[in-house]
Ligand binder design. Structure first.
Ligand SMILES: Nc1ncnc2c1ncn2[C@@H]1O[C@H](COP(=O)(O)OP(=O)(O)OP(=O)(O)O)[C@@H](O)[C@H]1O
Length: 497
């Protein structure tokens, strides 16, 4: 149905695509995988017309197409849900669902018609938001699903999903996988880009792997490709297997983060928790359970009405900025909360936080030193990009790594991580985990919330479970397994706030 062939695209000296082709057939879920920076999003942008290739063609039903933009692509039946969230946060749910023109009756926008069209699609994805709520107020996961609803409301024949589950909790991701298969069953051609390889293997009928802008595995039946060979194709070498968290050295007793009877109205109730230097403490819960509010309290983003939060230097976080200067690094996988200066060079980004903390009154280090330091962090995290290039030119996953590089440069005492490996490829995920373990071994406090339970089990010494603003369990040792975590998150609800 859709055939791209021989696509070539360079960005300056970088070869993003070097003769890439892919065929999407009706009724298939075709997965596209590859490391961060392999060229996946560039391929999508060329199909949607956002980026012009230097060579190659895109054909739809045998006719060559060159869409001017995503809107024209949608009009011809190619709907794209891109990696970056594109919701209009100030508009309502309904307004967001019909961006290219709302249904009208007698010349007037018909809210009733909008609801009639939207409701079954929302229901299929398990969404039930108040239709007049502002989208900015919805949780990230709902916003991501909403974008998919918007694409489906265009009745596409080709649906392109670029990392559709990166912000989704497991149940929603599973629901989306089922919906995706159903859509293919109805004859849609689906291109599915994801870093969650197990999910890819479950949902895809065929899989194409890109490495360094080239196709290294062309549209193989997913059933014939094992997970290991998929990883090997992506990385060009077998993956290093992560060691279990229990093997990580633990030296508790250093400076700690301590929450004592912390209540944040509507979010946390009398939460007491100590995370010591050297410890990796996980935080988990269903949406709205308060696990992210614990991070917010540590980062000075939520003020307790009673109780105290103490940072390793003995101070209380008074504001987000104050927490930064007190050595708290907050790293979020939420792309919008990433905090890179996209127009500035990578080295300026990477060295920006430490300058905040150390710069006052001191001498600005020489630029060459800052660049060299940035290069060091980039190598360690395998950030693929030019140290002098704009941060905005990096692929999504590489931007995520650049944020971590920035905080590594600041040498924080506390790492508050919120889904830090969202959208990051398998190789980088393992690398990132190794770095987090190293930082803990150096005596730093690590607190991590993740929607990826496997990540928590692999990484944490202890995982604290919250329900309705309260700590209800803490799992460690033999009890720290995915099924136990899932059970603790869902079982026996605490009293409501
Ligand atoms: N506007 C741009 N300017 C310069 N380089 C760019 C630009 N967009 C992409 N690149 C580069 O092209 C390469 C491919 O990027 P692309 O975004 O397609 O990767 P990706 O496979 O989607 O990665 P990710 O999994 O991280 O999203 C990367 O090296 C990236 O840095």
């Amino acid at each position: 149905m859709l055939v791209a062939s021989g696509l070539v695209k360079h960005y300056g000296g970088v070869t993003a695509l070097d003769g890439v082709g892919i065929t999407l057939d009706a009724g298939e879920v075709h997965a596209l995988v590859g490391e961060n920076g392999a060229g996946k999003s560039t391929l999508v942008k060329i199909i949607s017309g956002v980026v012009r290739p230097e060579g190659g063609t895109v054909e739809l039903d045998g006719a060559r197409v060159r869409f001017a933009d995503a809107r024209q692509a949608a009009a011809q039946g190619v709907a794209i849900v891109s990696q970056e969230l594109m919701t209009y946060d100030d508009l309502t749910v309904l307004e967001n669902l019909f961006p290219y023109g709302a249904p009208r009756r007698g010349g007037l926008v018909s809210t009733r018609e909008m609801r009639r069209l939207a409701e079954p699609v929302l229901a299929e994805l398990g969404l039930d938001p108040p239709p007049h709520a502002r989208v900015g107020e919805l949780p990230l996961a709902d916003r991501q699903l909403l974008e998919i609803c918007r694409a489906l409301l265009q009745n596409p024949r080709v649906l392109i999903l670029d990392e559709p589950t990166s912000a989704l909790p497991r149940d929603a991701a599973a629901r989306l996988a089922a919906v995706t298969r159903r859509l293919a069953g109805r004859g849609l051609a689906v291109l599915y880009i994801s870093h969650f390889l197990e999910e890819v293997m479950r949902v895809a009928t065929r899989v194409t792997v890109l490495r360094d802008g080239r196709v290294v595995l062309p549209g193989e039946p997913a059933a014939d490709v094992g997970l290991d060979s998929l990883v090997t194709a992506m990385l060009g070498q077998p993956a290093r297997h992560a060691t279990a968290a229990t093997a990580a050295p633990r030296r508790p007793g250093g400076a700690a983060v301590a929450l004592n009877g912390v209540t944040v109205p509507g979010r946390l109730r009398e939460v007491s928790l100590t995370a010591e230097g050297g410890e990796i403490v996980g935080l988990v819960g269903l949406q709205g359970s308060g696990h992210l509010s614990v991070l917010d309290a540590v980062c000075g983003r939520a003020r307790p009405s009673s109780g105290t939060v103490r940072l390793p230097d003995g101070r209380r976080p008074r504001s987000a900025r104050h927490a930064v200067t007190a050595g708290v690094a907050y790293i979020s996988g939420d792309r919008k909360g990433r905090g890179l200066m996209l127009d500035k060079a990578l080295w300026e980004n990477i060295t920006s936080v430490s300058w905040l903390g150390q710069g006052r009154g001191g001498l600005m280090p020489r630029r060459s030193r800052l660049v060299a330091r940035s290069r060091g962090h980039m190598e360690r995290l395998r950030v693929r990009g030019d140290v002098h290039g704009r941060a905005g030119n990096l692929s999504g996953g590489n931007q995520q790594k650049a944020v971590l590089a920035k905080w590594l440069d600041a040498d924080p005492a506390v790492l508050a991580l919120d889904d830090p490996t969202r959208g990051v490829d398998v190789g980088a995920r393992t690398e990132l985990h190794a770095i987090v373990r190293d930082l803990a071994a150096e005596g730093k406090v690590v607190m991590i919330a993740s929607s990826d339970l496997a990540e928590l089990v692999e990484l944490c010494h202890r995982v604290v479970v919250l329900q309705r603003g309260r700590i209800v369990d803490a799992l460690e040792g033999d009890r720290l397994t995915e099924p136990e975590l899932s059970l603790a998150m869902n079982a026996g609800f605490a009293d409501p706030l």
